[in-house]
Design a protein around this ligand. Structure first.
Ligand code: SF4
Length: 520
């Protein structure tokens, strides 16, 4: 028997528009439309703050800026990695599907909450009521310290007012944040959106009265809080370098537990190892903590960082020199033992690209280009200056096109980069290494970092002949419009340059029309 599903027209009240009208806005809708909708819906203040914290060139076209995965993944990942924290998404089902998939691909082992909506619940305000209900239902103090609720693009553009949620339900903190793709340029910076919001909350709690001590108790030494997701051994190595100066490594931000936030704020100084955590740094500055940029990478980086940290924490010069005298010769020896030979281009979106670049140069690599999706900040300025002084082109807010252009220009022995860069490199028979999986997953700091990259990089460079052999074997089979494996009986796809030319002509015409309309 045929069954018809009744579709009820849910008309928006007169004068009320939603961000999901028209063609169904999403990543493809054009940032300007979403941004304008969000501003009109009461999100101007938060978007103005994001524009300051995570600046992009206002004149940049869609291909002159980094191409990021959905930025909300950064916030989601930070929430999912925290103990006793529930993370709930509010957004289109397709976005939530992608984000949930990616989180589990990266081993979240935790459920992602979701409050679904449709155009009716969005325009009538019911979505906000649904979110409130979900948050009340989840707020069990036996299970959670905090609940994070993240507005994705459409609810942000529609002004869903997470700021109206209670700050605390039954002792469970409620952190509502907007993380739209049109306001936060990269997933790296979205980590800062949540880390900063949590630090702000924790700082206000600490100002209001006594707060929980860290699980392992307070350190008996002044601590250095470290900002940025690092290889797990790196904070330990940094801790060993700090010890002779009478200091200890504090928590790493983003933290893995709520009470670590207090310990992070309770530090002598902060090492902004990843330099794009602008909102988090604002909270540390509000707490009166000095901030030190760059990181202890390679000989020169470690020398400068130990000095800057020692100065910030008022360590006597003799003690700083003593540590340098132990560490620096060991680093130099490690770099000399494991040299890197070959020309390299490097790009990524983690925020540690400039640090890796320094290490490569000190290892002897002929590095010509480093591109990072993150913005220029004062905290990476020492690295940028050092690299430029060593003849390396540094590109902040690098787009895929810039990364690829660098690779074509320098014809390197190895291209380290994001998935599309590595794919393009391999097509050209250039060995490639994924930054995130293969480079970020190694220690970089102090003596352990010296030489840690050489093995994987030299092995990859040594693979060049295998690429040449493969290229020679496959020839031009299955490239361009004929990509894939085709049986001659079914025919190989034919290229249709005339169709492509016609589409290009129509798009150009449309773009001209839009421009003319915008000028009226
Ligand atoms: S939430 Fe993410 S996936 Fe969804 S439209 Fe925005 S940027 Fe795209």
């Amino acid at each position: 028997m045929n069954k018809t599903i009744p579709i009820v027209n849910a008309k928006a009240p007169a004068g009320v528009s939603t961000a999901i009208e028209g063609d169904g806005m999403g990543c493809h809708a054009g940032g300007e439309k979403m941004l304008a909708a969000a501003k009109a819906s009461g999100k101007s203040e938060v978007l103005a703050q994001y524009a300051k914290d995570y600046p992009i060139d206002p004149k940049a076209g869609p291909h002159d800026q980094p191409q990021s995965m959905c930025p909300a993944f950064g916030s989601l990942r930070v929430g999912l990695r925290m103990r006793r924290t529930a993370t709930i998404l509010s957004g289109s089902a397709c976005c939530v599907y992608g984000l949930t998939f990616t989180s589990h691909f990266y081993g979240a082992r935790r459920s992602v909450g979701y409050v679904p909506f449709n155009s009716e619940s969005l325009v009538t305000g019911k979505l906000f009521e649904d979110i409130r209900e979900a948050v009340y239902k989840e707020a069990d103090p036996a299970k959670y310290d905090a609940i994070v609720i993240i507005n994705l693009c459409v609810p942000t553009a529609s002004g869903v007012p997470l700021q109206l949620l209670p700050k605390d339900i039954n002792g469970v903190r409620i952190i509502g944040i907007d993380v739209p793709g049109f306001g936060v340029p990269t997933h790296a910076e979205a980590k800062d959106v949540l880390a900063g919001a949590m630090l702000k909350f924790a700082r206000e709690e600490a100002l209001a009265g006594p707060v929980q001590a860290p699980r392992t108790g307070r350190s008996d030494k002044p601590t250095i809080t470290l900002i940025g997701e690092m290889f797990p051994a790196d904070p330990v190595i940094i801790g060993r370098m700090l010890e002779p100066m009478g200091l200890a490594a504090g928590p790493v931000v983003p933290t893995r537990e709520w009470r670590e936030l207090y310990a992070a704020l309770d530090c002598a100084a902060v090492g902004a190892i990843h330099p794009f955590y602008t909102a988090s740094i604002r909270e540390f500055e509000a707490a009166g903590r000095p901030i030190v940029g760059s990181a202890p990478v390679g000989h020169d980086g470690t020398e400068a960082w130990l000095q800057a940290i020692g100065n910030a924490a008022n360590v006597p010069q003799a003690q700083i020199d003593m540590v340098k005298n132990i560490m620096l010769p060991a680093i130099k020896a490690g770099l000399a033992r494991m040299p890197i030979k070959g020309r390299i281009t490097l790009s990524g979106y983690e925020g540690s690209e400039l640090l890796v670049a320094r290490l490569l140069v000190e290892s002897g690599a002929d590095l010509r280009y480093v591109g990072t999706a993150c913005p220029r900040t004062v905290w990476s300025e020492p690295d940028c200056q050092w690299l430029e002084a060593h003849g390396v082109h540094v590109q902040y807010r690098a787009s895929l096109e810039q990364d690829l252009a660098a690779m074509h220009e320098w014809n390197p022995d190895l291209a380290i980069g994001t998935t599309p860069v590595v794919q393009a490199a391999k097509e050209l028979s250039i060995p490639g290494l994924y930054f995130t999986n293969l480079i970020s997953a190694r220690p970089l700091m102090g003596p352990a970092g010296a030489g840690s990259l050489a093995q994987v990089i030299n092995a990859a460079i040594g693979n060049k002949s295998r690429f040449d052999e493969m290229k020679a074997f496959f020839g031009e089979a299955g490239t361009g419009h004929a990509t894939g494996v085709w049986e001659s009986a079914q025919g190989v796809p034919q290229d249709r340059p005339e169709f492509k030319a016609e589409t290009r002509r129509l798009l150009e015409k449309q773009a001209k029309k839009r421009k003319a309309e915008a000028m009226i």
